[in-house]
Design a protein. Sequence first.
Lengths: 299, 316
Amino acid sequence: MPQIDVVGGEPRRSKGPGARVPRWVSKAMLYLGVLAFLAIILLPFYWILLSSITPKFKMFSIPPRYWPDEITFENYRKMAQTIPFTRYLANSFVFAFGSSVVSVALAFLASYALARVRFRGSNLVFMGFLVSIAVPQVGTLVPLFEMFRIFHLINKPIGLITLMSSLLVPFTVWILVSFVQQVPAEIEEAASIDGARLPQILWHVVVPVVKPALATMTIINFIISWNELLYPLVFATDRLTKTLSVGLVELAVDPSMGAGRPWDLMSALSVTMIIPVLILVLGFQRLIISGLTRGAVKG
Amino acid sequence: MAQMAAGKGATMDGQGRRKRRGRGTSLAGQRYLAAVLLLVPAVALRLFTAFYPFVHTFYLALTNYNPAFPPAQFIGFGNLKRMATDAAVTSSIAFTILFVLISTLLELVLGLAVGSLLNKPFKGRGVARAANLIPWAMPMVVCALGFRWMFDGDYGIFPDLIWRVSGLRFPWLINSWGSRAAVIITNVWKSTPFLGLVFLAALQGVPAELYEAARVDGANAWQSFRSVTLPLLLPQATTMGLFMLVWQLASFDLIYTMTGGGPGFATQVLAYNIYQAAFGGLNFGYASAISLALFAVVFVMGGLGLLLYRRVEVMF
């Protein structure tokens, strides 16, 4: 067989002179592609960063300046004075941390039941979680708003965390089920023969094994919640609950700023918002990639 | 995979329980109790914040409910009739579908390109793979405002770069199709790296011997991509395509912060209409009716996508 292939391959290769390009050309094309890729990926971040350290009077120049010639942190100082920055920062942190921890905790319990406890209908529950992803978040706002008004949950961190963790639960269940399935059942069986009860098995046997997966999903869910706009925009209307994303949008549409948008403040706040997620992404790159690709590749 | 395994578990359980029944059903009972206790928190959360609001929307859509002027009055199909003649909504249904279709298509094609690029051996591959995560991790709000700034007719970098190359100035955000294109470009920039990541992971699972065999057979880069990479990635591509299709139908942040639906209502999408009707106009009944339109679009697009998905699954 291989001989026939080689024989069959030879004439085909020599058929067109352009069929095979020299090695250095393909190498050069590869690096050109990489450079183009990096430029496209990094340009917006560079542009926002550049704007944030450019003095305001130089920002509005035609043509735009491509390189920094005068660096200032004045935009950051002014931004922190214009909006209640530290308050919003704390709110964002509480919202993102609370949502990620609650969603991962609840999803872990559910995914253990779906992956390990054999019961009729487990398939149905799993499908229910997945199908519920299709319900558009924005389409449920009105009934949720009514419900939250009745239960006095508007402008309460606990209300926001409830909504956000619910949004995150289906994905988290999807990913965690595949992780829990990989835990060898023998460990739990041994523990249960030794007389350990379910909560003990979960805490002392399963959690230590799937800890990397739980950490991964906590980080991913933290980033998603940190970036979330819609729920805080609707359910946080005072300075005690508004997040940085809401603060940014309010700067962008603030009528007191006149017709021109305050790009100096907006770019400074944008960079401030990106820095924490950037640190997480660069620090936990491997974990995040494993979590993000899990559902799609295994599913 | 998860579903399959769960399904297998269920059938095995059926047999196991039958065997055990002679000795008593306490184990099965205990098992059910455990499953219920573990599932209750997550399921209850979803029921209260997704299922119940979904069902309640159908009722609210038939009322003229305004939280500033309660109580709600039942007005039958009044909202739906109004919606049919509301140009803002009808044009927004069209753009929502267009936005999602073009975005998904571009994301799949470019995601495949990014995945194959990052799978090639080159110096600095680790850096490139890390950089690929940045658009995914950036808040959509920041992307939308950043791109708006970059597309700005006077001070933006894109019109300036295009002008330097071609000598033409195009007012992206003032022109209807320009702003539609700008919104889609921003969305594709933000979402493609995630697909690239998924395709990269799938590509890493393709045995190198397949490419070697293709090379021995005299296939060039394009031919080996077409006959090896593409067929192997098609299952992932359809899954992700279906997912992105449904997911992006609910896009709100981007439109709200980047264009506010403008100019005119050129870039309005259903999610934006719902928000405006509900929290701009306090017209909860009408907002619920538009939500039903969005549910219908999700249902139809998701259904069509699922049909396509089945097709592809049968093919391979």
